[in-house]
Design a protein around this ligand. Sequence first.
Ligand SMILES: [Fe+2]
Length: 295
Amino acid sequence: MNDSNRPLAGLEEWEDFLKDRYPEPEATAKPFQATDPAKKKEQFRNYEADARPSVREFYRLNHRHQTYDFVESKRREFLPLARKQMGIWEALEFLNTLVDDSDPDTDLSQLDHLLQTAEQIRHDGHPRWFVLAGLIHDLGKILCLYGEPQWAVVGDTFPVGCEWSEKIVFHQFFNDNPDKNESRYQTRLGVYEEGRGLDSVKMSWGHDEYLYHVTKDYLPPEALYMIRYHSFYPAHRDGEYNYLMNDKDREMFHWVRAFNPYDLYTKSHQKPNLKELRPFYDELIKEYFPATLRW
Ligand SMILES: [Fe+2]
């Protein structure tokens, strides 16, 4: 794959940008301080202007190329799940061969990050399927190892085939998306029906949708929503696209929102003790998944 398709030094550059844009609520809310409107204004940051050039270029490519047709072609390519057969732990080890060089001050691997997320969820006393969702939620990033461009693996996801929410970051880059000239895709509902539900909506292509299809027969719906929509920031953080959702989506998004802080804010510099943790996670994986899955 051409280097112009890899503007980020690592996928984490996108996640670091998300953390800047969506700071941890507890860290910003100071209940005992009177609100000072002047201060609030001063603290307002223009995330687009402040973004690293690599992140900006990443979003430019993502918004330019994620068209309705592109999504359909990637779904045809990957959703038959005919690339590989592997178990969950094997997939974790495969993902671990994806080396990020964006974070020089840690030597934490993809697996370390996933274990940190899962361990924090376990520590907070959540159900076992929630812990498991934490462990595997980014496994779809193996798309990168198939040679897919970064902008077709990560990025805040959004529906294709209808108008783009103004809340989507770097919205102006959609001006170069060919769907801009397709009038049927440029209305509020586009090709969809009001309130029909997200299952009927095609999302921009990436690791979330791919892993949902790999795991959909094995996990409870709450965990599947976490996996499928964890990058759908315009909806779970900004409340957009409510009109495409049905009641089940709205109920399940409670879980997507419960998951988000673990996804964004649990990364620490402490390396998890793999040897100590492995038996617990082997057991947990066995509880829900067969020995091999189709990828
Ligand atoms: Fe992710």
